[in-house]
Design a protein around this ligand. Structure first.
Ligand code: PLP
Length: 500
């Protein structure tokens, strides 16, 4: 890289000195055919270091993350990602690993996977765990493939085609059921919990599996879980646990104790690994004695003091991902587990539940709370009352962004009108919870006009969601094409034909 000669009548010396000059076309490399040769020099971006730093710093400030402020997304467990885990994951011995390097050169990583799988099996009360799935939904899908394998072996796959789930289920549950070749059937809840009578009525010799989250997405513990397990098993079906958020029960109870056969967990929720923005996730599959043989291959096994990938598992559903999970996240989660220890994990659960009840109590003064008993790690409010003022939950959520906090999950669970679902994880202090409650109070007391206009202080204002969905701009090339304007009556013109 060469630098321009600095002159006194030009901008500051440092700025000039740090602007690279685009080189001229390089001399031809012997042997490279004429038609493949570069005709012009490479065009470097001719920007000073300061300009580049300001550009990226500005971009980062337009973004919101867990390091900025509280992120109380119900169902998503957005907790602090300890920086010590980041330091560990960036060490060359971990970051430079290749997924297909020889076993003998990856013993440390394999030992970590082996230890973490055993720790997670213990935490879930299951026989074995696998870190292979890339995310929660991937774990769900793989678990249902295991259910299929098991049913096929029993000769009942043809008959057992239905997967039952409560109407509070996370959207990925019915989607995974459908993708795994089952028909998803919803069971209505009563007071936010599974209605045992309705479940019993729906169970039959066509049921393959019942998918459940406990505590469920209304933040309520399904206290009839043992009866539920008994009913599902006596119908010959299997019980699946969606453990994306294990926050409320860590070290206190487990899906194994509740009678589940197979479960998935999200390291990127419960175990404090980074999450969101499309970054890598890490799902975990945990299986009881009965379903463990179907876990995906390979499995990490220990032979003497050596760790090996074992492929010889005849009942396995096979391989479900290139490489093996997302190792960088496994390492961060392992650090989180070791830092807490068994008692520390129980503290995580108690603190998450305490935070949630504290905030639920404070915010119940502002909005209706449909399910009144004590909640677990999250709770649901209804914004239906705001409608009297012509305001919707969405307006409140947008107005909260102007307060510098992230909005809760909105319009889920769908069983509550204008729902808001709030989860303040254990990593938030009481002072932060109070700040959030105060922001919430200010937002809700604002005028309807201000609520409709919000957000006003962000880089991106209210998004036209219909246009965004119809005319997504997914690459810089799309930016050059302008979407047609809405018709005078506000309706959208038809979508353009899909691009080849
Ligand atoms: C997040 C979540 C999932 C899906 O996990 P992904 O990693 O996003 O695929 C499934 N169930 C529940 C309850 C969740 O909160």
């Amino acid at each position: 890289m060469s630098f321009r000669q600095a002159r006194w009548d030009e901008p500051p010396i440092w700025e000039l000195a740090s602007v690279p000059e685009s080189p001229a076309a390089p001399p031809p490399v012997p042997g490279v055919p004429e038609r493949l040769r570069r005709k012009r020099g490479v065009r470097w971006p001719e920007l000073s270091e300061l300009e580049v730093v300001r550009h990226y710093t500005r971009l980062s400030q337009m973004n919101f993350g867990i390091d900025t402020s509280i992120y109380p997304l119900g169902s998503c467990t957005m907790k602090y990602n300890p920086k010590v885990s980041e330091l560990l994951a960036r060490r060359p011995g971990a970051a430079a690993l290749h997924p297909y390097q020889p076993e003998a050169t990856a013993q440390g990583a394999m030992e970590l996977i082996w230890r973490l799988e055993r720790a997670l099996a213990k935490i879930t009360g299951m026989a074995e765990a696998s870190l292979q799935p890339a995310a929660g939904a991937h774990g769900e899908y793989a678990a249902l493939l295991m259910v299929r394998r098991h049913l096929a072996e029993r000769g009942e796959l043809e008959r057992r085609t239905e997967v039952l789930l409560p109407d509070t289920a996370h959207g990925t549950n019915p989607a995974s059921a459908q993708m795994a070749g089952f028909t998803a059937r919803e069971i209505p809840s009563t007071n936010g919990c599974v209605d045992l009578a309705q479940l019993r009525a729906a169970l039959s010799d066509r049921t393959a599996c019942f998918m459940l989250t406990n505590p469920n997405t209304a933040g309520l513990f399904e206290s009839e879980i043992l009866e539920i397990a008994e009913a599902v098993h006596s119908a010959g079906a299997l019980l699946y646990y969606d453990g994306a958020n294990l926050n409320a029960i860590l070290g206190i109870t487990s899906p194994g104790r509740m009678g589940f056969d197979v479960a998935h967990l999200n390291l990127h929720k419960t175990f404090a690994t980074p999450h969101g923005g499309g970054g890598p996730g890490a799902g975990v599959l945990a299986a009881s004695e009965r379903l463990a043989p179907y876990l995906p291959i390979p499995r990490v096994v220990r032979r003497g003091r050596k760790y090996r990938w074992e492929y010889d598992r005849p009942k396995s559903i096979g391989k479900i991902k290139t490489g093996y999970g997302n190792f960088g996240l496994d390492l961060r989660a392992y650090a989180f587990l070791l830092a807490h220890g068994e008692e520390g994990l129980r503290h995580v659960a108690r603190r998450a539940v305490l935070n949630s009840n504290y905030l639920a109590h404070r915010l119940s003064a502002e909005l209706d709370r449909p399910f009144r008993p004590l909640v677990k790690h999250e709770f649901v409010l209804s914004g239906a009352r705001l409608r009297e003022r012509g305001v919707r939950t969405l307006d409140l959520a947008k107005r909260l962004l102007d307060e510098g906090v992230h909005a809760p999950t909105v319009y889920f669970p769908t069983i509550v009108e204008e729902s808001l679902m709030i989860e303040p994880p254990e990593t938030e202090s009481r002072r932060e919870l109070d700040r959030f409650a105060e922001a919430f109070e200010r937002a809700i007391r604002d005028t309807p006009e201000a609520l409709h206009r919000a957000p006003q202080n962000l880089a991106v204002l209210r998004v036209d969601e219909v246009r965004a969905a119809r005319y997504p701009r997914l690459s810089w090339k799309d930016l050059r094409e302008t979407a047609p304007p809405p018709a005078p009556d506000g309706s959208m013109p038809p979508s353009p034909p899909p691009k080849p």
